[in-house]
Design a protein around this ligand. Structure first.
Ligand SMILES: [Mg+2]
Length: 254
């Protein structure tokens, strides 16, 4: 395969959960430099359940400001319900498939029922919203979006808690898909909005065949929030952490 587009997940792939990408001014092999170099050679896509403002904080503020390079970057926040492209000095994110108020209400109610069923009690001290409305997606984070990494990473290392939650949610939300995301999150979207949907949207926009798309992610196992990419990308590479992703990028730059 000769990849033309390299697509990455964010949390666990380009960065540690909800953290900015590595950006060390003293080395030229950190994640931010590697991505800048990749942009000079390939089209690069970043797809995640995160909102555009998280893309900004975690990735964009640490990347090149060179417009010619940024034109090779495609951002797919909330799993590609929006496709953002760089043009005329700024990012353009045309409005996308928003959930209706009725759909949101249904999802909130399902979370309440699920919490009762699995015995989850919202922690007394949370860091930001536990259930966040991202327009086209509702995201649950056990301790809130901005909880410190050490709090998050200890909570559900083996994914068992969230797998149980997702099984219960599926019962109440047959028309929606729930996926494990980040360290403590579950993303709920309309059934067809997942990484496969976003990557298909990107291929259509670029007029490129899926055989030229390489996807890199840390949750490609069955039920993982990257697994839908297996249906679309010509090739998928599973990584365990950003360090492994860096090695893959270095391999592409040889
Ligand atoms: Mg991930």
């Amino acid at each position: 395969m000769t990849p033309e587009i390299i697509a990455f997940d964010i949390d666990g792939t380009l960065t540690r959960s909800k953290s900015p990408i590595e950006d060390n001014p003293n080395v030229d092999t950190d994640m931010s430099d590697l991505l800048n170099k990749l942009l000079a050679r390939y089209k690069v896509a970043i797809i995640s359940g995160a909102s555009f403002s998280q893309f900004k904080n975690q990735i964009l503020t640490h990347l090149t400001k060179d417009a010619d390079l940024l034109k090779n970057l495609y951002l797919l926040p909330t799993n590609g319900s929006t496709l953002c492209t760089y043009g005329e000095e700024d990012w353009q994110c045309p409005p996308s498939d928003q959930l209706s108020e009725d759909e949101k209400k249904k999802i909130y109610e399902a979370f309440d029922k699920m919490f009762a069923e699995v015995g989850f009690v919202i922690p007394q001290h949370v860091y930001g919203e536990v259930i966040e409305d991202r327009g086209s997606q509702i995201t649950f984070s056990a301790f809130g979006q901005s909880a410190p990494l050490e709090v998050k990473e200890a909570w559900d290392k083996d994914h068992k808690k969230r797998e149980e939650m997702i099984t219960v949610l599926a019962k109440y939300l047959p028309d929606f898909a729930s996926h494990i995301g980040g360290a403590t999150s579950i993303d709920v979207t309309r059934k067809w909005i997942d990484k496969a949907y976003g990557l298909e949207k990107l291929l259509k926009y670029l007029g490129t065949e899926s055989t030229h798309l390489l996807f890199v992610g840390d949750e490609l196992q069955p039920g993982g929030n990257d697994s839908p990419a297996l249906r679309v990308a010509g090739k998928c590479i599973a990584v365990k952490n950003p360090e492994e992703t860096k090695k893959i990028i270095q391999g592409l730059l040889v």
